[in-house]
Design a protein around this ligand. Structure first.
Ligand SMILES: Nc1ncnc2c1ncn2[C@@H]1O[C@H](COP(=O)(O)OP(=O)(O)OP(=O)(O)O)[C@@H](O)[C@H]1O
Length: 231
């Protein structure tokens, strides 16, 4: 069983603490919090993409090598993350065999390899971005609000794709979002972040059915307002 134990992650800018957290990912974890709570900085820290002005103290333990090759990243807007002038085939950095393998997992025909992004549908582009992310031998998949900018149909697509991936691949997932609705069937555990600190954590079902903190209750209420919640 894979694990990533973030024993300490502290981010400081000019003596101001932006993030100070510790948590362990054993399967699929959602990082939830209002705007400015530190979700994106946490992902950037794991990807080593922090600006030099932010000082980092980290102590991370895992049972796999945590490096560029073992981390996949799905950005907020899949539609702008491909290069428009390059054929899909050239946007992968792996063998042709591996390309075909990941296209199959994502239910994409290999004919798309010879196309440009503009020749694909929105749903195909989403799948290609994910195919590229998993085409390396990743152990950890980071998703940065991949459903926030999407309509209901595309949101469901992404959720179904990530669910499928979890069945096909032995990977850890860390899903960052405002949108609790999108992770309720996807992530086993939820971490609630406020002002760069963890204020509540637990199994998704438990947090959703009996949140302890008012802040968590507010996040849940704002997401599920006007929606019925399936248990
Ligand atoms: N490059 C940066 N330089 C200085 N401060 C930053 C930088 N990036 C983020 N911050 C600050 O760190 C805090 C956390 O920001 P972060 O982007 O991680 O929030 P977030 O939870 O991802 O918000 P959102 O949901 O709006 O994306 C905020 O106070 C933000 O202003």
């Amino acid at each position: 069983m894979l694990f990533l134990n973030i024993k300490k992650l502290k981010l400081v800018l000019n003596n101001k603490q932006l993030v100070n957290i510790s948590f362990c990912i054993k399967n699929s974890t959602a990082l939830i919090g209002e705007s400015g709570s530190g979700k994106s900085l946490t992902l950037k820290a794991l990807l080593n993409l922090l600006p030099p002005s932010i000082k980092m103290e980290k102590d991370i333990e895992s049972n796999f090598d945590l490096n560029y090759d073992s981390i996949g990243f799905i950005p907020q807007n899949p539609f702008t993350s491909l290069s428009s002038m390059t054929k899909i085939s050239k946007q992968f950095f792996c063998s042709d065999k591996k390309k075909e393998e990941v296209l199959k997992i994502l239910n994409l025909d290999k004919s798309i390899l010879n196309k440009f992004p503009s020749q694909l549908s929105g749903g195909q582009i989403q799948r290609v971005v994910i195919a590229i992310a998993i085409s390396r031998n990743i152990k950890l998949l980071l998703l940065d609000e991949p459903t926030t900018a999407l309509d209901e149909e595309n949101k469901k697509n992404i959720i179904n794709i990530v669910n499928d991936l979890k069945k096909h691949l032995n990977i850890l997932t860390l899903f960052v979002t405002h949108d609790i609705d999108s992770i309720k069937d996807l992530c086993e555990e939820i971490i609630i972040l406020k002002n760069g600190e963890i204020i509540e954590t637990g199994l998704t079902k438990e947090i959703l059915s009996s949140p302890k903190e008012d802040y968590t209750k507010k996040l849940i209420n704002s997401t599920f307002k006007n929606k019925t919640f399936r248990n």
